[in-house]
Design a protein around this ligand. Structure first.
Ligand code: ZN
Length: 570
């Protein structure tokens, strides 16, 4: 008996000194988790340019020293920024985390415009130029404080939230991006701070949801030379459109990574007794990708610049925290379609749909049915595929949502046929009218519709019992009023002014993203099996020994995890 007690006491005394190699959040193993998101990066692009990445700590951190997954696809259709970032943080799809799109119509909150997924009238922005004695040139201060942002619509916990809860709030949690939604959503509800930029000036801001004023180091960053340096590096002398003009250049990535580095140093991330978490979402790729397409030389240049900037960032992190103490998860929020004109040139049935013409056509049918002889605008003014939103208060009393949406559903196939077929005219600058005439003249013009559903049917779960149907279910949220979901066949999108391509669809080019892990728990290698971004938060939760996020549906990627030996286990 005494021997047993002595043995037990010896064991207990020896235990804390025994080097434990496996990770757990409670002992700061690792000290810091970095969730690195590239906004809009299709899964094939890094492989296409892989030979060009020459730095040690850039993309090669994942290709040569990490576990790289080439077959990572979102298993839902909401391939947009806000839902994608929420999915990365929560390990859930829209039906779990609640974020269905970047913005949507909510006539209960605003009848003039769509509301954003993170805007929140209860809070106000912090750190705009209000604290400067003189606003930057060309910037007119707003009359009232601008509406703040928060994870108001996020209905699930994130990995970071779980680490915060598991450590009684001792762990630190931050988000950084040029975009509010991409900063707020992957971090979660319990973040100590989330920072994004004021689009005019490039200054990093936050919201009273997190803090009443910016930390001193952030104010110093905003007042220092870094903004002017980014503007200069982007080829401009000065600008009042930082987001769109500097944001589309590689200078925006180094600017953002410098802010993240400053945050990590000043908030002492990776210096505590438990694991800290930061998500960094780099937006420049997306801003440029929309304008010029994924296959442009400029996008290639962007990725080469990003490789160098990531190398600088992770090399600095190696000096401050030590890469041996850091785990990195790397992915993107969505892919991107090729520019329709370019895929059409190679013979792919591609098209741009003019949503204004389409809704005008459908509106005639709605007027004929509900208000003969009148011209009521039954569609709301801002439309985005796939959900065409109806101005429901305009319908005559007694018309139900089901009736109204059913009329649209029945009229849609013919209305889309009247828009024209799947080919594009050779000149992408043609007017919509010229485009329509050209399409009408083509013999092979045909319907380009793939899937159509009223909101009431979606709410009742009426989706096909197929892979596609499952993705529709994963994409469900109850946000928005009356609408009809319209999914065109692949390589088709709405027409835009100023941009050439987008992402919003269930097609693989929008769902395919890179995914990789770096850290002591991961076995370096190239993994080809089918995985999904929902696996990231769940895998990290397993590694850290915390609960998987509340709505998570991902799987632990055991194939890439180092086996913990019996003697390592506590
Ligand atoms: Zn985008």
């Amino acid at each position: 008996m005494r021997k047993c007690v002595v043995a037990l006491l010896t064991f207990l005394l020896v235990l804390p000194a025994t080097p434990v190699a496996y990770a757990d959040a409670y002992h700061a193993r690792p000290k810091l988790v970095v969730i690195l998101v590239i906004d809009q990066l299709r899964g094939d692009l890094l492989e296409r340019y892989r030979d060009d990445f020459t730095t040690a700590n850039g993309f090669n951190l994942f290709f040569k020293r990490g576990a790289y997954f080439s077959g990572c696809y979102y298993d839902y259709n909401n391939t947009k920024t806000a839902p994608g970032h929420a999915t990365i943080g929560t390990g859930a799809y829209t039906d779990g985390h609640g974020i269905g799109s970047n913005e949507w119509w909510d006539l209960g909150r605003n009848t003039d415009r769509v509301i954003s997924s993170v805007e929140d009238e209860r809070y106000r922005l912090v750190g705009t130029f209000d604290d400067l004695p003189v606003p930057p040139p060309g910037v007119i201060p707003p009359a009232a404080p601008r509406i703040g942002s928060s994870p108001i619509n996020l209905r699930a916990s994130t990995l970071g939230d779980e680490v915060r809860m598991a450590t009684h709030g001792e762990a630190k949690l931050y988000g950084v991006s040029l975009k509010d939604r991409a900063s707020i959503l992957p971090a979660g509800q319990t973040a100590n701070g989330a920072f994004w930029i004021d689009q005019a000036t490039g200054r990093f801001v936050t919201s009273t949801y997190y803090m009443k004023e910016l930390p001193g180091w952030a104010t110093a960053f905003n007042r220092g030379p870094r903004i002017a340096q980014a503007v200069k590096e982007s080829g401009l002398d000065e600008t009042t459109q930082f987001y769109s003009l500097v944001g589309r250049t590689p200078a925006a990535n180094s600017y953002e990574l410098d802010f993240a580095k400053t945050l990590i140093e000043n908030e002492k991330l990776g210096q505590g007794k438990v694991t800290d978490v930061i998500s960094v979402s780099l937006s420049a790729n997306d801003i440029l990708g929309h304008q010029l397409g994924p296959d442009s030389d400029a996008q290639h240049e962007m990725l080469l610049g990003l490789d160098r900037d990531l190398n600088t960032f992770f090399t600095a992190l190696d000096k401050s925290v030590g890469l041996a103490n850091v785990t990195v998860a790397f992915t993107a929020d969505h892919g991107i379609a090729p520019v329709p004109r370019e895929s059409a040139r190679l013979g792919i049935a591609s098209a741009s749909l003019d949503l204004e013409l389409l809704t005008e056509d459908l509106n005639k049918t709605l007027n004929a049915k509900f208000s003969p002889g009148m011209d009521v605008k039954y569609f709301l003014p801002t439309q985005e595929l796939p959900n065409l939103a109806l101005n429901w208060p305009k319908f005559p009393a007694g018309v139900t949502e089901r009736e109204a949406e059913q009329v649209v559903v029945e009229a849609m196939p013919a209305a889309i046929r009247r828009l024209g077929g799947p080919e594009l005219p050779p000149n992408n600058n043609a007017t919509p009218e010229a485009t329509r005439k050209y399409l009408e003249s083509r013999e092979d013009a045909g319907p380009s519709l793939y899937f159509l559903r009223s909101r009431v049917d979606l709410a009742e779960g009426k989706v096909p019992n197929t892979e596609f149907g499952r993705r529709v279910s994963h994409s469900w949220s109850d946000h928005g009023g009356w609408y009809v979901m319209v999914v065109p066949t692949a390589f088709q999108m709405e027409t835009f002014s100023g941009i050439q391509t987008t992402h919003y669809s269930p097609w693989s080019y929008d769902r395919h993203v890179p995914m990789a892990f770096f850290g002591v728990d991961f076995v370096p290698g190239y993994y080809r099996e089918a995985v999904a971004p929902v696996d990231i938060a769940v895998t990290l939760a397993s590694v850290l020994g915390v609960n998987a996020p509340s709505a998570s549906v991902g799987h632990v990627l055991t194939q890439a995890l180092r086996r913990v030996k019996v003697e390592e286990a506590r």
